[in-house]
Structures are given as structure tokens and as C-alpha cells.
Design a protein around this ligand. Structure first.
Ligand code: SF4
Length: 426
């Protein structure tokens, strides 16, 4: 509960008073990570994000000086200012594949609460690193507490973004550490959190419940398929999140305005993903990875090969386990499975690939020209060919071996609403 009137007034500008939710976009990457088109064309992207109906936009102080006028007016999004800097995600298209070694981590304050207030900000956002258990973590908490003190003095809301990246963080315990980090950030004095999704509804609900302040889920690295980004939002909302702070999933989207308005429809409009994407509702099943549960034993790959071809091994598996690059302590080990995104189906000009009524990819060999378009189109690089024909996930006739063999629940079957155009014609 925020008791400071200044904070309450500013939080009401950010969180829609009707539903207590907010859709924010993070556009503060340029000074910390990659100078990609979304950074070079920031003004155009900010205009699209405003048109999409975002409630808030997170920008750096310099961007606020140059483009802050785009956020003026009573219906414009609230301005959030990034008040600190860190050197972790530079040099790459993703903030995951090019992290610097932990030993080189640096973080420092770049603007104060009062500066942000004078710029017209409705809140500031700062990082809070967790997972070291050493001096660095202690200094970080002290800095965060200083910001919290300043924010209380001037009535400016503080949004803390926990970053679980220290040497104590593994792919297995990351959900647990994120849950703890949310609670600690709230204890430091956060008025809201900007935090990654833990990977499943149950653990994210725990995080939301324990934090006790509004939780805004972030999008992380850009999803190849917009539906995946929307599903993450949907799950976070079901866990009790108060909205989103999506960065690259909006700023690098083909159509940033549409991406924002789709998220707004989900967060504020009560729409389902199927309605937003114009899909016909037809329930089916598909595989879903839960990266926080995966320990990398690769039993699923072996079980997959064994179910389809004689013998053992992993190379002919219709799924794979993706390990983060050496030195990347941020990312979990990730099962990469067919999510029935439908991109192979759309790429198949002769219509040889469809999704069957039983939720399996169906290949009609007599229609297949062996052009390889489906292989190219798969965003997860999961389709391989045998004698020229694509080999795709067949869900093991509705009882997937990978799900059965993974005793950790890192691959699960989930309900899926099929798109009409993907359904096999019978
Ligand atoms: S069997 Fe489960 S835990 Fe082992 S690698 Fe596969 S998904 Fe990960």
C-alpha cells in the first residue's frame, strides 16, 4: 500500500485505475546493449508505441531530453526513467548470448529521483542484482535502498528490476531466486516490480503473492513467434501479475503498434489470445517447455529417438536440449520443442503440411515437393529431413515419450487453441 500522495497520483497515471493494470514498453536498451534498428529509429518506434495505447514507456534520461515531448498530454503514456546503468548485456542482438563474465559486472546510478521528477517522470526504474551472496550484492542493496529513500522524499514511485545472475544462480534454482528477489525488492522499498517470468504459473503466483506490490512481467529476449509472447503475458496475468514491461518483443516486432495493442487487448480488454489473433477456438494439445525445471539430462532426446527409430542416440530427435553458451549464467537450460506455431504449415505452398485434428503435424507425402521451405521456416530449427521429406513432431500419437520420460516436468502437454487455417482438412 503506497501512503505517499505524490506516489499515489503518479502510480495512478501508470496503472489504469479501472483494473489496476499497466502495459509498459521498455525502450532503454541502446545505452546498455546493442545499437540495432530499434535503437536507431527510436523516435518512430516511440510514436508507434504511443499509438498502440501503452500506459507507460521506459526510456533513458537522454531519450527523455530528446523525445520526452512525445509523452506529454493527458492521454499519453507515463514516462518511466531508467536511473541506473549496467554493463551486462552489451555487444549483441540479445541480452543473453553475449553477457560479460560475472567478474566484470558493474552497475551505477546515472540520474537521481529528483532529476527524473523534474523531467516529468511518473516513476524511475533501477536494477537489483541477486545471486552473488557477496560484497557486490550488499552494495547493490545499499544503492537500491538509497534510491528508495530519495523516491520517498520526492513522492516518486520506484520500480525495481531484480536480475538473478550471480554465481549462485542456476537453471534449476532461478525460479526460487526470482521469488526471493521479488520479496527482497519490495522490502527495500519498491512500489512495483519489473521481473522476468519464472516459467510457470504456479511459481509466478508465489512470486506475486510474496512480493505484495504490483508485478509487471518483462518479455526477455525477443520471441520468434508473437503468440509465444502473448502466452507469456496470459500466464503471468493468470498468476496475478498487474501487467507487462515488454522491450524487444515490442521494439523489434515487425509491427510495434500492433504488438502493443494486442498486449493491451489481453491486459485491459479481457480478450483471449485466440480472439486477438482471430483464431477459431478448437481445443487441442501441444508440447510446452518449462525451462526452469530442466537439468539437461537429455533423456527426452533419447526417448524421442527410441520412440521413432530403432536404437538409441540423440541426433535424430524431434526436439533438443539447448544449453546456454559458456559464461552465460543468466539463461536456463532450455528444452526446444515443437509448439505448433504453424510457421512450417504456412510456408508449405503445396499444402503438404497441416495440423491434424488430433494436434499432430501431418505430412502428406504425395503433396510434398521436398522444397525444404518448412525446414527454413521453423523458428526453432527443429525440422530435419529424411530422404528429402521433412520429419516433424508427431506427439507420439498423443502420448509423447519426452513428457513421460522427463520426471522433472520440464516438458508438459498443454491446452492449445488451434488456428482455423492450420487445421487439417478432412
Ligand atoms: S528429460 Fe527433462 S530434465 Fe532431462 S533434459 Fe529432457 S527436459 Fe530436461
Amino acid at each position: 500500500m503506497v501512503r505517499c500522495p505524490g506516489k499515489t497520483a503518479r502510480l495512478n497515471r501508470l496503472f489504469n485505475p479501472r483494473d489496476g493494470r499497466a502495459v509498459c514498453v521498455a525502450a532503454d536498451h541502446g545505452w546498455m546493449s546493442d545499437v540495432t534498428p530499434n535503437v536507431m529509429e527510436l523516435r518512430r518506434i516511440l510514436e508507434l508505441v504511443v499509438r498502440g495505447g501503452a500506459d507507460g514507456i521506459l526510456i533513458s534520461f537522454g531519450t527523455a531530453v530528446r523525445h520526452g515531448h512525445l509523452l506529454r498530454g493527458k492521454d499519453s503514456p507515463a514516462m518511466l526513467i531508467r536511473a541506473d546503468w549496467m554493463n551486462m548485456p552489451r555487444l549483441g542482438a540479445s541480452n543473453v548470448s553475449n553477457v560479460l563474465p560475472v567478474v566484470n559486472f558493474k552497475k551505477m546510478a546515472t540520474s537521481r529521483a529528483r532529476d527524473a521528477l523534474l523531467m516529468g517522470a511518473s516513476a524511475i526504474t533501477i536494477y537489483y542484482f541477486i545471486g552473488y551472496g557477496d560484497e557486490f550484492e550488499a552494495i547493490n542493496i545499499e544503492q537500491a535502498a538509497d534510491f528508495a529513500k530519495e523516491c520517498r522524499k520526492v513522492g516518486l514511485p520506484l520500480i525495481i528490476e531484480p536480475m538473478a545472475v550471480g554465481g549462485m544462480v542456476t537453471g534449476v534454482n532461478i525460479a526460487e531466486i526470482l521469488i526471493a528477489s521479488g520479496r527482497i525488492a519490495a522490502e527495500i522499498g519498491a512500489d512495483a516490480l519489473k521481473i522476468p517470468y519464472t516459467g510457470d504459473v504456479k511459481s509466478f503466483k508465489q512470486l506475486v503473492d510474496q512480493a505484495g506490490v504490483p508485478v509487471l512481467v518483462l518479455g526477455g529476449a525477443k520471441s520468434d513467434v508473437p503468440r509465444d509472447a502473448l502466452e507469456l503475458v496470459d500466464e503471468a496475468l493468470r498468476a496475478g501479475a498487474s501487467g507487462t514491461v515488454f522491450g524487444r518483443n515490442v521494439t523489434k516486432a515487425k509491427d510495434p503498434e500492433k504488438m502493443v495493442s494486442d498486449i493491451v487487448a489481453l491486459v485491459h480488454g479481457g480478450k483471449t489470445i485466440a480472439e486477438i489473433l482471430g483464431e477459431r477456438r478448437a481445443l487441442g494439445q501441444r508440447l510446452k517447455p518449462v525451462p526452469t525445471q530442466c537439468v539437461g539430462c537429455q533423456l527426452c532426446e533419447v526417448a524421442c529417438v527410441r520412440a521413432h527409430t530403432p536404437g538409441y542416440g540423440q541426433t535424430r530427435a524431434r526436439l533438443r536440449i539447448q544449453f546456454p553458451p559458456l559464461g552465460d549464467e543468466l539463461s536456463p537450460i532450455r528444452p526446444v520443442v515443437c509448439t505448433l506455431c504453424g510457421q512450417c504449415v504456412e510456408a508449405c505452398q503445396p499444402g503438404a503440411l497441416t495440423i491434424g485434428p488430433d494436434s499432430r503435424l501431418v505430412l502428406e507425402r504425395n503433396l510434398c515437393t521436398q522444397c525444404g521451405a518448412c525446414v527454413e521456416a521453423c523458428p526453432f530449427d527443429l525440422i530435419f529431413t529424411e530422404n528429402g521429406y521433412p520429419v516433424v513432431c508427431d506427439l507420439c500419437e498423443g502420448d509423447p515419450e519426452c513428457v513421460k520420460w522427463c520426471k522433472r516436468g520440464a516438458i508438459v502437454l498443454t491446452e492449445w487453441k488451434r488456428r482455423a487455417r492450420h487445421v487439417h482438412a478432412e
